[in-house]
Design a protein around this ligand. Sequence first.
Ligand code: DOR
Ligand code: ZN
Ligand code: ZN
Length: 428
Amino acid sequence: MKLLIRGGRVIDPANDIDGIMDILVADGKIIEVNENISDEGYVLVDAGGKIVCPGFIDMHVHLREPGFEYKEDIASGTRAAAAGGFTTVCCMPNTDPVIDNASTAIFVRERAAKSGVVNVLPIGCISKGQAGSELTEMAELIAAGCVAVSDDGKPVKNAALMRNAMDYAKMFDLPVLSHCEEQSLAADGQMHEGYYSTLYGFKGIPAAAEELMVSREIILAELTGAHVHICHASTRGSLEMIREAKAMGVDVTCEVTPHHLLLTDEIVGSYDADTKVNPPLRSTEHVQALRRGLLDGTVDCIATDHAPHHMESKDCEYNLASFGISGLETAVAAVMDGLVNQGLLDVEQMVQLFTIGPAEVLGIDKGTLDVGADADITILDPTMVKVVDPANFYSKGKNTPFKGQTLKGWPWMTIVKGTIIVNGGKIV
Ligand code: DOR
Ligand code: ZN
Ligand code: ZN
């Protein structure tokens, strides 16, 4: 099938393109990006008034399969991704069993090929069983299609193990994704430690719990020469260390989440467990620092940390609830509405943070509209206004603190390898 996407504002930061153009797609590939391509027998997509981008990439999602299909599975999670404008997701290995060997990684890829609707790239574990004592066979994980390693969901406590992991990962040019949390400081904490934790009567998780481990990872990355990527960076101190390390030539990158960019710890006063997430929603000074990091290039990409949970582990006392936010279906709209429409982030920068930004972190051949590339395309409607209603989510996880918010600027069409998966915001 041939598709002609006509008359949209094409933004492709990797190729420095921003203008009204047409895109021709055939056999799942990008054939041409140009002004006024003639339409001979093509299926036309009228993109007038829309923003046409390389397919968005979310390098940090929890698809929960295998093992936790009651929270999410690859079918529902990839539909949520597509509806949210993502054409590629990387799935974290804290499943059951965890993705710590080739056969589990291959299982995930086969399930994705069968039941998924977007590209799924698995992330393998750093340690066997995510138990933090013995390294996985990284060469085997790479051969099975893993694009990075991580024990996300928990930190790698042992610094020597992390050093070894980096030494190995360096040999394969494999990024090591670190969930930074010093658990002796974070233990039993429910929310960010500060004014509001005192006011609301919750045990706090100090910024230092994250920052201690960010500093360790930077020091180990410098020691080993490996590429360390800081997951869900959420504090001013983390951003300052990452900025300085980058300037010193350390191979460190980081992601931030939409919820940490747009929400503060004040909203935990609703006592709604959908605001409970790890790392926790921070105070205004931290949110401001993350936003500065977006603008000055300290932040490499936006990732959701999509963490769907079952209602039973959220519709309960705050202290007992699970940590996590179902983020795939609100990420783009929340960033459009909360940052781009407010003049706090250029739309080109936003597109960069969702496309070539994460592609470069992972070293994958995605995130551009290069001729010959897979025709993964995300089209945004900057005028669409919708209220966030988790009842309409494709994700099984309805846990979102954005519920009830009216947002302007939504993903409109998602095309994966030349096939229209989402049209008008709905799976076709
Ligand atoms: O909030 C979170 N949820 N943070 C994590 O690190 C793990 C994730 C999950 O898997 O639910
Ligand atoms: Zn994490
Ligand atoms: Zn995560």
